[in-house]
Every structure is written in C-alpha cells, then in structure tokens.
Design a protein around this ligand. Structure first.
Ligand SMILES: C[S@@+](CC[C@H](N)C(=O)[O-])C[C@H]1O[C@@H](n2cnc3c(N)ncnc32)[C@H](O)[C@@H]1O
Length: 217
C-alpha cells in the first residue's frame, strides 16, 4: 500500500463559505499552480530560487510568516482543506507576498506526479494529522514509502523538518528516518520555525512540541 492510494491521510473535505469561494476564484489564478503541466519552478515563480515545500499548511499563518521572513526562497504550500487554502490566499494578498504558491491537492500526488526529482531544498511537515489511535496509525503521513518519496524530490543535502505534538508520532518519525537509506537525522531543534495554529492549540491542551530534522544523503 502506498500512502495516499487506498489510504487517506486526512479527514473529509469541508464546504467553503461564499467569501472563501470568492477568494479562491479571484486569487488562485495568481497564486495557484497548474497541476496538468510539467512543474517548472522558474516559470511558476518568475525566478529560480531554492524551493521549500510545506505539507499541510492549514490556515496558513505560519506559511505567510515564514515566507515573509525568507524572501530569498520560494515556498510551495500544499493542503487538501479548501477553507484553509482560501484563508492562506487572503493572507498572501494582504501581505503582498510574491514567493508563495498554493496547491490544493494531496501532497502524495503533488510529490509523485508533479514535482521533479531533486527539485526541493526543504520539506516541512508541521503538525500532521496525528491519527493517535493505534488502528489509525497507517493513515499517518510519515511512513517509510512516503519518506522515500520525499527523499526522491529533495536535492542531496536538502532537509526534511517534521514537527508534532504527539510523542508517538515523533518516535515514529525518528524510527522511519533513522531506518531510511536516504536520510540522516541531524537534530531535534525547532530552529526559527514559527508557532503554528495547531501547535498553539496543543500547548493549550498541555502537549509539548517535538521537532525532527533529517538531511537527504
Ligand atoms: C493538524 S493540521 C496542521 C495545520 C498547520 N500545519 C498547523 O500546524 O496549524 C494538518 C493539516 O494537514 C493537512 N493534510 C493532511 N494530509 C494531507 C495530505 N496528504 N496532503 C495535503 N495536506 C494534508 C490537513 O488537511 C490539515 O490541514
């Protein structure tokens, strides 16, 4: 079983409000990516810069903050939650950011079918759906096949940064990445990663954050 085929890593879609539908229609032509064409970063961003992929950008607060703080890199945000996409689009417009593009899709499809090998400088997975029940663990994104898919799209020396507030997920990430022939674990630092919405919620519920960083060998 490959992640994203028979197994969905996310919950069912939500309906969008009229305002969100308006934002999608108006802003996707500028900030979206045409998935039916071969992905050409220089064409999409109008320049060639190191490319960062954020998987599961949620409502996009951290996405917009990171892009503003890192103008020399381009950021591709992929998310399946349509209201979150709409909210992120509005943030990008309000902040006038030009180094972000947004994809409404399953990250597995984006990685497998759209992004070229070695095209990514960094992949960020911040607070992936935790699927805490044991019988749901197979839905977690970071399983060995997914790690190898990510590795194939990262350049040599590129980074994978996962953050979670579930200790068992952090343990799974350490296990998967230390067992991978394509990654070397390099640290547990959050670096300058901003607080995300889900992280703030987790802290309010008494959970702490765990960061796992690995480099593509
Ligand atoms: C718990 S939320 C965290 C959102 C945000 N990173 C934060 O920390 O606030 C996880 C997000 O990942 C998205 N997601 C889960 N599986 C995904 C997949 N296969 N492709 C794209 N997005 C996915 C979900 O829709 C959800 O918005």
């Amino acid at each position: 079983v490959e992640p994203g085929d028979e197994v969905r890593t996310y919950k069912a879609r939500r309906r969008v409000t009229t305002g969100q539908a308006e934002a999608l229609a108006r802003l996707l032509p500028a900030y979206g990516v045409d998935l039916d064409r071969p992905f050409d970063a220089a064409e999409v961003f109008g320049r060639l810069a190191p490319l960062v992929l954020e998987i599961g950008s949620g409502m996009g607060e951290a996405t917009a903050e990171m892009a503003a703080a890192d103008p020399d890199r381009d950021l591709l945000a992929v998310e399946v939650h349509t209201p979150g996409i709409a909210t992120l689009l509005r943030r990008l417009e309000a902040a006038g950011l030009t180094n972000v593009r947004v994809v409404e899709a399953d990250a597995v499809h984006l990685l497998r079918a759209v992004l070229p090998a070695g095209s990514l400088d960094e992949v960020r997975i911040f607070f992936p759906d935790p699927w805490p029940k044991a019988r749901h663990a197979k839905r977690r994104l970071l399983v060995p096949t997914f790690a190898e898919l990510v590795a194939s799209r990262l350049r040599t020396g590129g980074r994978l940064h996962l953050a979670t507030d579930w200790e068992s997920y952090a343990r799974q990430a350490l296990e998967v990445l230390s067992g991978s022939p394509s990654f070397e674990l390099v640290g547990r630092d959050r670096g300058d990663r901003p607080l995300t919405r889900f992280e703030t919620r987790g802290h309010a519920q008494g959970r702490q954050s765990y960061d796992v960083v690995a480099v593509r060998t």
